[in-house]
Each structure stands twice: as structure tokens, then as C-alpha cells.
Design a protein around this ligand. Structure first.
Ligand SMILES: [Zn+2]
Length: 589
């Protein structure tokens, strides 16, 4: 058992920088300037014939510069998070961000040279690059789709005022939106973030009003926002498919994520065929809420929250214990975050809300910010963020370029750690309200991260095709409603106002097809968890190996090497089986 010695406290940033002013900072800045100047001076040494030693020397210098910049910007971000009201912290953050941009611009010539290099010398240098190899390969992944230099120049130039400008206009228009909601008889003006909190309100009227207000405002500008989308997706196809020759609009994103097209197809198919799991959950929610059928407004309705709270040291103790039962290596890593004083868990005015883990640099203990008040969900958050921290520590032997895992694998340890805790509590906690809370939290989260995101991408697949064929905004609205009707079946009543929802999803404007990475990450972890339950202890070293790869290989390689087949529908199906079990337990309560 854990001895419970954890107290809520602030963190120390000393491992990044001893202070935000004075000799140590000046020294760090001077060293950085000297290194960047040295790197710039190496420009003429770049050539297809250059020897491996010179190349690696430059890579190491580039790594040292990136390390130094990460140190400075992480210090600034973490300081600002702990005290968002501090003008000094804000000023320092602005200064470091500007410094980082300037330095990166001065280094840009290197990656441009590398991307332009011919196949043969690139292969020779990559082969000798050890841990840098995957990073170097990734920089060249789009090379087969790269056009001639003058063509690339024109595209860059025109994008600034073309597709880039469209996305910027979308943001400018929607960031200015203000929403009005009546709460307790009083009209309040609010931002979208503030409004969104009300979709989880206990009152059905407030939930409906929040959504109606959201789409009243978006539909008001619907024609403009829709037209921006139309241009954005037509440009996506004409540039990437027509000019560059990428196989399809979504293949551009798959290339970026380094995930094979058929794997993404399988993932989306499995999500689609498993919607009945969520339909069952929505019917259960309807029964709990005492209504015939759930409205789309009620999808995130709370159904009773547990009163029970866990003191901080007990909550942390439970998390360490559930990690430790899986692997003592992971529990020791998690403990180190506390021992090194890298957790800010206090509730303080001016501190940033929510929670995050910053795994700044390989070999450095990550920093974890929490706002712990002791609810079951707070304990789950501790499990989640400590999961990120142990992932970073497991991958600590990689270079600064290959240490962070790619987006599709970024949530592997965090969600797994949450599952370990959920399972443990379900087995040992006899308060039914706590059990219900755990199950509802897990299923609400799974819907929002897996199914909802997959359906955004299913919409995009259709919309990109139709837009090119000249679809009108009404066509796209109708298409979106069809998508929702398929998604919710007859389990949820979808009202007409949701036809505008697609105009309110920034991701489909800024980064087409990006959203499946969320479904991918979450379902992958559930599928792995399923394997763990089937296999028991032999699974553990395979999982640790996945974590230890960090971002040093493609997601596909990392998962295959651990013995799992992402191309097989059965693998993903395993994730839904975990959800079905959770749902069975909830129904039995
Ligand atoms: Zn996370």
C-alpha cells in the first residue's frame, strides 16, 4: 500500500531556469545567440556530398538550440499558468515567444535544404543518423508531392492571402461572436466557452437554450461561414489532389499523421458499425432522466454526481497504487513527479483552470498542473496527467526531436492510466453513486472523443466531394443533418437547428480531417486495454515498449512491433467491447 504523504502545493521551475532575470537568464540567452550564429555560419557546409560527421554535428547543434528554446518558452508558459494575472509573467511569455519565432526563422534554411535534397544523399545521411532518423524522414514525407520551386513559391505566396486568409477570416468572424443566455431570470452575455458549460446543466431548458443560442448566432452568419468552408475545401482538393497528386483529400492528413489510408478507413468503419453501443447508452440516459427519448440537447446531461470526495493524498495514493499494480516502473516514474516538486495542485486565485502535463524535454521530470477539489473526476484527472508524465519519462532517452509522441499516440498512457483507475474503483468502491459517476464519465468521454469526432470526419469526406461538384450551403446543411440522423439513429431526437453545427467546428476549417486523430487515440487505448485484460502480465512489457518509443517511429510501426494489427477491424472492435462492458455495469446499477 502507498503511504499517503502528498500535500497540495505549488511547483518549482528551477530545473528549467533558476530565475526569470539575472545572470543565469542572460547566460542562457547569450549561449543561445552564439549557437544560432554558429548554425547560420554552417550554411555553406551543407551539400549532398557532406560527410556524416559534419551532418551529425549540425544536428546536435540544432538539438541544443531547440533544447534551449524549449527551456525558455516552457518556463514562460508554466510561470504564466501558475499566475495568469502577473504582468511580469505575461511580459516574459511575450518576449520568449518572439525570441523563439525569430530563432526558428533563422534556422529554417536547414529544413528547406533537407527537404530539397535528392533521394540518394538523403538516404545516406538518414541511415547514419540514429535516433534522428524518423524525424528526418518525416520532414521529407511530402517530398513526392512537392512541385517545382517556382510553383511552390507561387502556392506559398498565394496561400497567405488565399486559404490562409480564409481560415483567418473564419476565426475573426467567429471569435467576435457573443452569446446571450438567461440564467436564473437574468440575461447574461458570454463567450462560446462560457456558453458551452451550459450544455451540461442539470436543467433541460437551460441545455436546450444554450444550444439554440449557439446556432442562432452561427446561422445568422451561416451563408458567409458556409461559403468560406466551400472555398477552403475546394482549394484543399485543387492544391493537394489536382496539383500535387495526393490520392484523396483525406490522404493528405493521413500522410501528415503517418498512418496508412486503409487503417483510417477501418477505424471509421468500425466506429460507424458500433454506434448501437452509444444508442444503448443514450436510451439509458433517457430512462434516467425520465423522458421518452433523449433530445440532442441532452446528450451531455448529468445523471447524478457522487457526493463522495477524496482528500488529495488519498486520491494520489489511489492513482499510484493502480499504476503500481500494473507496473512498478510506471508508479516509480509517477512518484518522481511529486518528489521533484513538479506538481502545482493548489487552488489559487489567478491560476489557470483545468489540468495539463508539460513533458518539456527528454530526461527532465515533466510538470503537472491540477486544480484538485477532490471529486471522482479530479482523481481521474490526476491519473490522466500522471499518465502523460510517465509516458514522457519512459521516452526520456530519445532526442528532443523524437521524444514527443505523435498526436495519434499522445494519449496512450494518459487514457490507459485512467482506465486502470476506473477499473480499480469499480471493483473496490461500494458507493453506487461513485460507480455511476465513473461509468458516466467514461461513456460521455468516449462518445465525445470517439464517435462524435469520427462523424465529423465522415461528414468531411462527403462534403469535400460535394463541394467540388458545386454544392450549395443548403446542400451542406442537409448533408450534415443526414450525418446526424445516421449517427444518432432513433435513439436521439435531432432538431433542425443542428443543421448549422458544421459551421461551428473550427477544426474542419483550420485542419481538414484532423478530428479522426482523437477517435484513433482513444479507441487505440481501449483496444490495448482489452488486450491487457485478455492477456494479463505478458501484455505489460509490450505496452511499456510502446511508451518507450515516444515519437521515434511511425505510429503504425510502434503498434505493429508490440504485436498488434491496426489494419484489422477486430483490433479496433476490442475497444468497443470495453465500452460495452462499462455500459453493462451501468445498466446493472
Ligand atoms: Zn491528455
Amino acid at each position: 500500500m502507498e503511504e499517503h504523504q502528498f500535500e497540495q502545493s505549488g511547483w518549482t521551475l528551477e530545473a528549467l531556469l533558476p530565475a526569470h532575470e539575472g545572470a543565469a537568464l542572460e547566460h542562457e540567452l547569450a549561449k543561445l545567440e552564439q549557437q544560432v550564429a554558429q548554425f547560420e555560419a554552417s550554411r555553406e557546409r551543407l551539400s549532398p556530398e557532406m560527410n556524416v560527421e559534419t551532418f551529425l554535428e549540425l544536428m546536435r547543434l540544432s538539438e541544443a538550440i531547440t533544447t534551449s528554446l524549449s527551456r525558455l518558452t516552457a518556463y514562460a508558459h508554466l510561470w504564466f499558468s501558475q499566475d495568469t494575472q502577473s504582468q511580469e509573467a505575461l511580459g516574459f511569455l511575450g518576449r520568449m515567444e518572439q525570441l523563439s519565432t525569430e530563432m526558428q526563422n533563422r534556422l529554417l534554411f536547414f529544413s528547406l535544404w533537407w527537404k530539397g535534397l535528392d533521394e540518394e544523399p538523403a538516404r545516406r545521411l538518414t541511415a547514419a543518423s540514429g535516433d534522428y532518423a524518423y524525424y528526418l524522414e518525416s520532414l521529407r514525407r511530402f517530398r513526392p508531392y512537392t512541385l517545382s520551386e517556382p510553383e511552390e513559391k507561387i502556392i506559398n505566396l498565394k496561400d497567405v492571402n488565399g486559404s490562409g486568409a480564409l481560415v483567418k477570416l473564419y476565426e475573426m468572424i467567429t471569435n467576435r461572436f457573443s452569446f446571450t443566455l438567461e440564467i436564473d431570470g437574468e440575461k447574461r452575455e458570454m463567450t462560446r466557452d462560457e456558453l458551452s458549460a451550459y450544455v451540461r446543466d442539470p436543467s433541460p431548458d437551460v441545455r436546450a437554450a444554450a444550444y439554440q443560442e449557439l446556432y442562432r448566432v452561427y446561422s445568422d452568419q451561416g451563408m458567409v461561414l458556409g461559403q468560406i468552408y466551400n472555398h477552403r475545401v475546394r482549394d484543399w482538393t485543387s492544391e493537394n489532389v489536382t496539383l500535387r497528386g495526393v490520392a484523396s483529400p483525406i490522404a493528405v492528413r493521413n500522410l501528415d499523421n503517418d498512418i496508412p489510408d486503409p487503417v483510417v478507413e477501418t477505424l471509421l468503419d468500425v466506429c460507424r458499425t458500433n454506434m448501437p453501443v452509444f444508442h444503448r447508452y443514450f436510451r439509458l440516459k433517457a430512462r434516467e432522466l425520465g423522458v421518452e427519448r433523449l433530445r440532442r440537447y441532452d446528450v451531455y446531461a448529468p445523471i447524478g454526481a457522487a457526493e463522495k470526495t477524496y482528500p488529495f493524498s488519498e486520491g494520489v495514493g489511489m492513482v499510484l497504487d493502480s499504476l503500481g499494480r500494473f507496473s512498478t516502473v510506471l508508479a516509480d516514474h509517477a512518484r518522481r513527479v511529486f518528489v521533484d516538486g513538479h506538481v502545482d495542485s493548489e487552488i489559487r486565485p489567478g491560476k489557470r483552470g483545468g489540468a495539463f502535463c508539460a513533458g518539456v524535454l527528454p530526461g527532465l521530470t515533466p510538470w503537472v498542473l491540477l486544480n484538485y477539489v477532490g471529486r471522482t473526476t479530479d482523481v481521474l484527472t490526476v491519473a490522466h496527467e500522471l499518465g502523460h508524465a510517465v509516458h514522457a519519462l519512459m521516452a526520456g532517452h530519445h532526442s528532443v526531436f523524437t521524444f514527443h509522441s505523435a498526436l495519434p499516440l499522445a494519449e496512450t498512457a494518459s487514457v490507459f492510466s485512467e482506465m486502470l483507475l476506473t477499473d480499480r474503483l469499480l471493483r473496490e468502491e461500494d458507493d453506487p453513486a461513485v460507480r455511476r459517476d465513473l461509468l458516466v464519465t467514461a461513456l460521455d468521454g468516449a462518445y465525445a472523443t470517439i464517435a462524435r469526432q469520427a462523424y465529423f470526419v465522415l461528414f468531411e469526406l462527403e462534403a469535400h466531394g460535394r463541394a467540388v461538384d458545386g454544392a450549395t450551403i443548403d446542400d451542406l446543411c442537409a448533408l450534415y443533418l443526414e450525418n446526424l440522423h445516421e449517427q444518432f439513429g432513433d435513439a436521439v431526437e435531432v432538431s433542425e437547428d443542428f443543421r448549422w453545427e458544421w459551421t461551428a467546428i473550427p477544426h474542419i476549417y483550420a485542419a481538414p480531417f484532423y478530428c479522426y486523430a482523437y477517435s484513433f487515440g482513444q479507441l487505440l487505448v481501449l483496444a490495448l486495454y482489452r488486450q491487457y485484460r485478455n492477456e494479463g502480465p505478458p501484455f505489460v512489457p509490450r505496452f511499456l515498449k510502446v511508451l518507450a518509443h515516444g515519437g521515434s517511429r511511425s505510429p503504425h510501426e510502434i503498434i505493429s512491433e508490440a504485436g498488434f494489427d491496426m489494419a484489422a477491424p477486430e483490433f479496433w472492435q476490442g475497444g468497443f467491447e470495453v465500452l460495452q462492458d462499462l455500459l453493462d455495469e451501468l445498466e446493472a446499477l
